[in-house]
Design a protein around this ligand. Structure first.
Ligand code: MOS
Length: 783
């Protein structure tokens, strides 16, 4: 049975009486991780395995004049040394990211005549021992002739700036707008300006980029830590083989956060394993991972916000510049999300937003949890706080006056078609802070702030997204779920089991989920954009309902009742009469009955998300399927002697529509906050002329448990998401409001508003000094 269903415009009405959904059963990944038995990307060993290494550029911008590999080749134990000329089709991506107006710029698998960032792959080594591979890396002699580089995206916009690519330095220039922002701004009673800057951030997943590759029966298989098995088709292009000759298996991951959405080890492993016809393992160590993996885009955000004297917003003029680094990766889409979400969850009748992704000779930036929609929260929430101060309103009042509601139109011209429970999330988060703490010493000041945000879930809808799943009820009553989903550690596989169990009544212990394999699973699309619960969850829900319908016809006939009165629970299908006389059939028995009658107990199902069009010229059209809203509130203590900010209390509340697994929801929110607090207060992948300042956790600081407050989580369930059973995605949303909430709390404590991330002790002291020098306006603004 093969079938398809279409998404419908409004969320389907769901039942609220669940038996499996809404609980938090442990899945095998929990147990395997706790016991240390889960086999990550680096944990596979194969007989005769070689060790792969990447030779990387140490220059950010140079012409390659020669590559001498002879010394490396002569080292005993070295099996292969590959350079660009050994790559059949030398492009990581040959069609950037969706074709709505961005430049067409290719990224080579291995650099040819020039390098564009420090860490760019130049050659590959395979050797019999990891130490030999590492030694061979040092023996590859690459001669460079320096070229003038460009490291600042604003300087890269200057007419005389060196070009990173011949096509130009502006990868994409999105414009979104409606109304007449200039006229409305001129007529406004108050105009607030602000400039906000964010930094490069490292994903810092526990598990670095890793995997093994081997070739068998003429098929190349890669078992890697990846968010996207669909890269198999690009691997086939790179090797110049047909797509049926490449298989990708995704292992359960120790984190991805967007950093494994683009390919990482895949093309290098593929080339080495294909070339040597031997198994190859590649693991990037932490230094290599921090040096060369993609980063979060630094944003420069300039806002002008016009309002009436009563606080009603009239206009926004917003300009965003994102540092794309040396290659396109997913920058066009990240800057689109930044543009679409730049005004946040506030009604604004007149708006002009420009959002540019600009090439530099910095490390490429790409997907990172929040994907452009999180950077702008710091911009729009700071503007709302400043507007409130200017008008003598509270931060709550200014938001009440302007917050979007269901049915409102957003800057892209779309209207919001599901519940907006921002006020509920704000009330919960603020209440959680409880009584205000007193400062712990002289020179310490306590402050509070909050921030709200909206984050899309699901891909931009012009991608016409779809996800497939294959469900099979076996004759012993057990259930197989086969889905190409990849599991980053957030429960992507486990939620599918809960949904299938809810519909078909198969107990969780009798469900096996097989994921992440291009050879054996129907494609689900990658795990990114907070899309898997929405996409694959809906696929499982509708696929399981369809399978149940075909099984129900047989059960109903057997039990002599109408099919829609059957109850599916505890491994049985039962009649629903309340006389206590209800009869049932075990699922095993039912599967056997179906088999005898030639009724399939398998269902391959494809779920299609709503499609749409965006017109880049008009800056209007369809953007995202739906949003997850939330509010975070923070209480901080600032030590005005040292500049150290301690987070005393932190509360986060999001509307997730319907919880599938509450413990996983809470885990996503707490993890997102931890990542968001690192972004707010300490994480900075600083580069000086394209060279990273730190490539170790010794000095690239991420929060530890010692830095973290207890994160209080309150979940709202509006029942109006577009995911399965009205769920909303919660993967990316919780990272969004953190920096704005912390900045607002710091402003409350010291009277000066931070406008640059991260808000390190040094920056806090600078803010205090500026204030002492009288350079701070009454509203805390210091431009
Ligand atoms: Mo993501 S940042 O879309 O993996």
């Amino acid at each position: 049975m093969v079938a398809m269903t279409e998404a419908i415009e409004s969320a389907p009405a769901g039942t609220t009486e669940f038996t499996v959904v809404g609980n938090s059963p442990a899945h095998h990944d929990f147990q395997d991780k706790v016991q240390g038995t889960l086999r990550y990307g680096a944990d596979w060993k194969l007989p005769g395995m070689l060790y792969g290494k990447v030779v990387r550029s140490l220059q950010p911008c140079a012409r390659i004049t020669a590559i001498d590999t002879s010394a490396a080749r002569e080292l005993p134990g070295v099996v292969a040394v590959l350079t660009a000329s050994d790559v059949p089709f030398n492009k990581v991506v040959d069609n950037a990211s969706g074709g709505l107006g961005e430049l067409t710029v290719a990224q080579p698998v291995l650099a040819e005549d020039r390098v564009r960032y420090t860490g760019e792959p130049v050659a590959l080594i395979a050797a019999t021992e990891p130490e030999i591979a590492a030694a061979a890396v040092d023996l590859v002699d690459v001669s460079y002739a320096d070229l003038p580089g460009i490291f600042d995206p604003e300087e890269a916009l200057e007419p005389e700036a060196p070009l990173v690519h011949e096509a130009g330095n502006v990868l994409v220039n999105w414009r979104i707008g409606r109304g007449d922002a200039a006229a409305a701004m001129a007529a406004a009673d108050v105009v607030i300006t602000g400039e906000y800057r964010s930094q490069h951030v490292e994903h810092a997943y526990l598990e670095p980029e890793s995997g093994v590759g081997w070739s068998d029966n003429g098929v190349l298989t890669l078992r890697v830590s990846t968010q996207v098995i669909e890269h198999a088709s690009q691997i086939a292009r790179i090797l110049d083989v047909s797509e049926n000759k490449v298989r990708i298996i995704a292992s359960y991951m120790g984190g991805g956060f967007g950093g494994k959405e683009d390919m990482t080890v895949e093309p290098y492993l593929a080339l080495l394993a294909w070339h040597t016809q031997r198994p190859v393992r590649m693991v990037w160590d932490r230094q290599e991972s921090i040096l060369a993996s993609t980063k979060r885009h630094p944003f420069v955000m300039r806002y002008r916000t016009g309002a009436k004297a009563d606080g009603t917003l009239l206009a926004q003029e917003i300009d965003i510049i994102g540092d794309a680094g040396a290659y396109p990766c997913l920058s066009a889409r990240v800057l689109f999300a930044g543009a679409a979400l730049a005004a946040g969850p506030y009604r604004v009748p007149n708006i002009t937003t420009r959002s540019r992704a600009v090439f530099t000779n910095n490390v490429p930036a790409s997907a990172f949890r929040g994907f452009g929609a999180m950077q702008v929260v710091f911009g729009y929430e700071s503007q709302m706080d400043k507007l409130a101060e200017r008008l003598g309103l509270t931060p709550t009042e200014i938001r009440d006056r302007n917050q979007v509601s269901k049915g409102d139109t957003i800057p892209t011209g779309e209207s919001l078609h599901t519940a907006v429970e921002l006020t509920a999330t704000r009330d919960l988060a603020l209440a959680r802070l409880g009584p205000r703490s007193t400062a712990t010493g002289p020179g310490c000041r306590v402050g509070r702030g909050f921030a709200s945000g909206m984050q899309p879930y699901g891909r931009t809808i012009w991608f016409r997204d779809h996800a497939s799943v294959w469900l099979t009820l076996q004759t012993d009553g057990s259930l197989l779920i086969r889905s190409g989903v990849t599991d980053l550690g957030a429960g992507q596989a486990a939620s599918l089991c809960q949904i299938a169990s809810e519909v078909l009544g198969a107990p969780l212990e009798e469900i096996s989920v097989y994921i992440g394999d291009t050879a054996l699973n129907p494609p689900a699309g990658g795990t990114f954009a907070t899309r898997q619960l929405y996409m694959s969850g809906n696929a499982v829900l509708s696929g399981a309902r369809e399978l149940r319908d075909s099984l129900a016809a047989v059960a109903a006939e057997e039990l002599g009742v109408p099919p829609d009165t059957l109850v599916w629970r505890d491994g049985m299908v039962r009649t629903a009469d309340s006389s206590g006389q209800n009869r049932g059939i075990r699922l095993a028995e039912l599967a056997q009955m179906c088999q005898r009658r030639g009724v399939s107990t398998s269902n391959l199902h494809t779920w299609r998300a709503r499609g749409g069009e965006f017109d880049p010229e008009a800056g209007q059209g369809d953007s995202f399927p739906d949003y997850t809203y939330g509010t975070h509130a923070a209480e901080v203590e600032v030590d005005t002697e040292t500049g150290v900010v301690r987070v005393l209390k932190y509360a986060a509340s999001h509307d997730v529509g319907q919880q599938i697994n509450p413990v996983r929801v809470q885990g996503q929110i707490q993890g997102g906050v931890m990542q968001g607090l690192g972004y707010a207060l300490m994480e900075d992948h600083a580069l000086i002329d394209g060279q990273p300042v730190s490539t170790l956790f010794a000095n690239y600081l991420i929060p530890t448990t010692m830095d973290m407050p207890d994160i209080e989580v309150d979940v709202v369930e509006s029942g109006e998401g577009c995911g399965p059973l009205n769920a909303r995605g919660i993967g990316e949303p919780p990272v969004g409001p953190c920096a704005a909430a912390i900045a607002s709390a710091i402003k409350d404590a010291i009277g000066v508003r931070p406008n640059r991330l991260p808000i390190t002790p040094e920056r806090v002291l600078e803010l205090i000094d500026e204030q002492a020098a009288g350079r701070v306006a009454k509203d805390g603004d210091h431009e």
